[in-house]
Design a protein around this ligand. Structure first.
Ligand code: SF4
Ligand code: SF4
Length: 427
C-alpha cells in the first residue's frame, strides 16, 4: 500500500496515527509478530555518535563599529575559528566558521565539540581577535549574546558505520580509539547504532530528503542535502539546526588518541509510506551488516552484523565506587574520553551526564569499579575465526534510544510535526 506523507500528516494531526520507535518494531519482529503498513504510520529513529563532519557558523558583534576594518584571526576559548566569508568591513561584527576537528593550541585536548557544548551550556566564552591592522583585543560572550549560531554538517548520520581492528604490529593513534589502538587485532572499537540508525530505516531515502524536519542535539533542524562520501551503499546526511535550541547533554567533545572529535545526535521520523520502507525498518541488528576495517590500512577485513555490537550486551556502564582499590594511577580517570570520572570531595565520581557509555573504563580498572559486557566481534585471524573483544563504542545507543522515544512522544503530543521533503536526495 502506497501512502503520501501528507496523508500520514493528516492522521497525526487527527490523533489517529500509530507512532512507534524503530526499537519497538524490531522487538515485535523478534517475537515473530507480523507487522504491515496498516499497523504503523510513523517510526522514530536516532543515532548519537562521534561525527567528524561538523561545523558551526557564528555571527556576533565583537566591538563597536569603526574600531577595526576586519578580523584576521579569531580564537574562541583558544579554538581557532575561520573568519568570513562576509567581510563586515568596519562594522565590528565577526562572521565565523568553527570546524568540528579544531582544537585549542594551548590545551590540545579541548576541541570544537567541547566549545560548542560550553556555548550551549551558556558558559562565558573567551573571544580573542587579531585585526587586519595587527591590533588585538579580547572579550567574553555567551550564546544568548550571539544572534546567529547554527550547527551544520558536511556528513552526519551515516546509514551505519563500521567496527575497527588494528592489523599492524604496532599501536596506532587514531580517531577510532580513545587511547592507542592495540596491535595484532587484540581489540576492536565500533561506530553505528545498528537497527535504530535513521538512514538504515530508509536506505533509499524515500522519506528523508531536502526539507525533512529532524532533531539535531535536541533542537529542531532540517536536512539540506546528502554529505561528502555519501553513496547508495552508505548514505549520509547534511543538516542544519539552531544551536540556541540544543541540549548540551546530547553533544560535546570526545577525546581520541588523535585529538578531540565532536559528538552529535540526530533523531529522524520515518513516515511509513509503503511496504519497502517498512521492510527496511523491520531489519534487525543481525540483518544490519557491520564491516570490520583495518584501522592501519583502512581496508575491510570482514563483515559482521550489528548484533555483535548491540545484542546481549550492556548499554550502560555499571559503577560500583565501593570496590575501588585506590590505585596509584587510575587509568579510567586518565583515559576517559569525556573526563566523566573524577574525585569530588575525595569520593570517586562518575558524571552520568557526561558519560558516553563508551565502555573503555570497564577494560582498564583492576577493581571492577566500572563494569559492562561490551561484546566481541568475530574476525578471521591466521586462518581461524577469533573473538576480538570490543573495548570502545563510539556510538551511544542508550541515549539514541531515549531520543527516538522522545521524538515519538513529541509527534504524538503535537510538539513536533513531520514535514514533506521539497526535493529527493541522491545519495
Ligand atoms: S583503576 Fe579502578 S580500582 Fe584503581 S583507582 Fe581507578 S577506579 Fe579505583
Ligand atoms: S563509559 Fe567510562 S570511559 Fe566511557 S565515557 Fe563513560 S566513564 Fe568515560
Amino acid at each position: 500500500m502506497e501512502r503520501s506523507i501528507k496523508d500520514i500528516q493528516k492522521k497525526v494531526e487527527s490523533n489517529s496515527a500509530v507512532v512507534m520507535t524503530s526499537q519497538e518494531i524490531c522487538e515485535l519482529v523478534e517475537k515473530g509478530e507480523a507487522i504491515s503498513t496498516k499497523d504503523v504510520d510513523v517510526v522514530t529513529t536516532a543515532t548519537r555518535a562521534i561525527m567528524s563532519g561538523t561545523y558551526a557558523v557564528l555571527s556576533f558583534p565583537a566591538k563597536a563599529p569603526f574600531h577595526f576594518t576586519r578580523a584576521s584571526k579569531v580564537f574562541l576559548n583558544g579554538v581557532p575559528a575561520h573568519v568570513g566569508p562576509c567581510p563586515n568591513e568596519s562594522l565590528g561584527v565577526l562572521d565565523l566558521m568553527v570546524f568540528g576537528t579544531a582544537h585549542s593550541s594551548l590545551k590540545p585536548e579541548y576541541g570544537a565539540g567541547h566549545l560548542l557544548r560550553d556555548m550551549v551550556e551558556q558558559k562565558p566564552i573567551d573571544v580573542s581577535v587579531i585585526t587586519n591592522e595587527n591590533d588585538n583585543f579580547q572579550s567574553e560572550i555567551t550564546l544568548d549574546e550571539i544572534p546567529y549560531a547554527k550547527l551544520y554538517s558536511t556528513r552526519h548520520a551515516f546509514k551505519n558505520y563500521a567496527a575497527f581492528v588494528n592489523c599492524s604490529s604496532s599501536p596506532i593513534n587514531t580517531i577510532f580509539h580513545a587511547s592507542s589502538f592495540e596491535p595484532n587485532m587484540e581489540t576492536a572499537t565500533l561506530s553505528g547504532c545498528g537497527q535504530i540508525n535513521p538512514v538504515k530505516n530508509d536506505p533509499d531515502l524515500q522519506t528523508i530528503g531536502i526539507g525533512t524536519k529532524v532533531i539535531i542535539n535536541s533542537g529542531e533542524g532540517f536536512v539540506i542535502g546528502s554529505g561528502t562520501r555519501s553513496s547508495p551503499e552508505k548514505a549520509n546526511l547534511v543538516g542544519v539546526a539552531d544551536m540556541h535550541n540544543m541540549r548540551s547533554q546530547l553533544m560535546g567533545g570526545f577525546s581520541t588518541s588523535s585529538g578531540p572529535e565532536c559528538i552529535v545526535s540526530w533523531a529522524v521520523p520515518i513516515p511509513v509510506v509503503n511496504g519497502s520502507v517498512l521492510d527496511s525498518i523491520k531489519e534487525l541488528d543481525k540483518d544490519t551488516p557491520m564491516p570490520v576495517m583495518d584501522v592501519d590500512k583502512r581496508v575491510p577485513v570482514s563483515t559482521g552484523s550489528y548484533a555483535e555490537a548491540w545484542q546481549n550486551i550492556d548499554l550502560n556502564v555499571k559503577f560500583s565506587p565501593d570496590k575501588c582499590l585506590r590505585c596509584k594511577v587510575c587509568k579510567p580517570i586518565e583515559n576517559c574520553p569525556m573526563d566523566a570520572i573524577y574525585y569530588k570531595a575525595e569520593e570517586l565520581t562518575l558524571d552520568r551526564q557526561l558519560c558516553f557509555n563508551c565502555g573503555l573504563c570497564t577494560t582498564n580498572c583492576p577493581g571492577n569499579v566500572f563494569s559492562a559486557d561490551l561484546g566481541s566481534i568475530k574476525v578471521e585471524k591466521d586462518g581461524t575465526l577469533t573473538e576480538v573483544p570490543i573495548v570502545l563504542r563510539q556510538s551511544d545507543r542508550k541515549r539514541a534510544l531515549n531520543m527516538a522515544e522522545k521524538l515519538k512522544k513529541d509527534i504524538i503530543d503535537g510538539s513536533f510535526t513531520i514535514t514533506e521533503m521539497v526535493e529527493k536526495l541522491q545519495p
